[in-house]
Design a protein around this ligand. Structure first.
Ligand SMILES: [Zn+2]
Length: 190
């Protein structure tokens, strides 16, 4: 993957260094994962990989993280004009996905308006449900106005493919209500 990143863009040294740093960590959990791009990882496995944190409930299905987990794990990624907060363990592969989308001149498809990555909240903003993948910085939503929850409107097919190749599961493949704006961690790119 790193060579591919280098081919796409220069100036990715920081990301390459980060990938080296986390490679052992992500290799250790590699066998827990299905590595099938059409599968998704349940939230308890997400928790095992990305860590549990202490929180208290706040309004609107959000949670407030009490311990230091957020500071230690959530990082700011900026590629071109695309900015997102995500988990450090998927930082390199997300950078790869974004860079590849730019390289194919599809950056207009990377519109995160009203969406984004890390949000400490429950699934569907409903406290009756478990924490969301977003609460671990392991999911990214694109422009919810353009791709509303449950609608048939989809991101560009190449964007979906690039995310799948980059280790993400697409919410349009859920057997329950489709969530076409949503991409979440499926496997690591080592
Ligand atoms: Zn989402």
């Amino acid at each position: 993957m790193l060579n591919q990143i280098n081919k796409i863009r220069h100036g990715f040294q920081e990301i390459i260094d980060m990938h080296k740093l986390i490679n052992r960590e992500i290799t250790e959990v590699w066998n827990m994962l299905d590595k099938n791009k059409y599968k998704y990882v349940t939230i308890d496995v997400i928790e095992q990989i990305f860590g549990k944190y202490e929180y208290k409930e706040i309004a609107g299905g959000r949670v407030h993280i009490i311990d230091n987990w957020r500071n230690e794990n959530i990082k700011f990624l900026k590629i071109g004009t695309t900015e997102v907060w995500i988990n450090r363990l998927i930082f390199p592969q997300t950078a790869y996905v974004f860079a590849k989308i730019y390289a194919e001149n599809l950056e207009n498809e990377l519109d995160l308006k009203g969406g984004g990555g890390f949000v400490a909240r429950h699934q569907l903003w409903n406290p009756a449900y478990p924490l969301s993948c977003h609460a671990y910085g392991c999911a990214i939503d694109f422009n919810p106005e353009k791709f509303p929850y449950g609608s048939d409107l989809k991101p560009h097919p190449r964007v979906i493919e690039i995310f799948q190749e980059g280790g993400f599961y697409w919410g349009g493949d859920f057997s329950r209500t489709k969530d076409n704006m949503h991409f979440q961690f499926a496997y690591f790119i080592i």
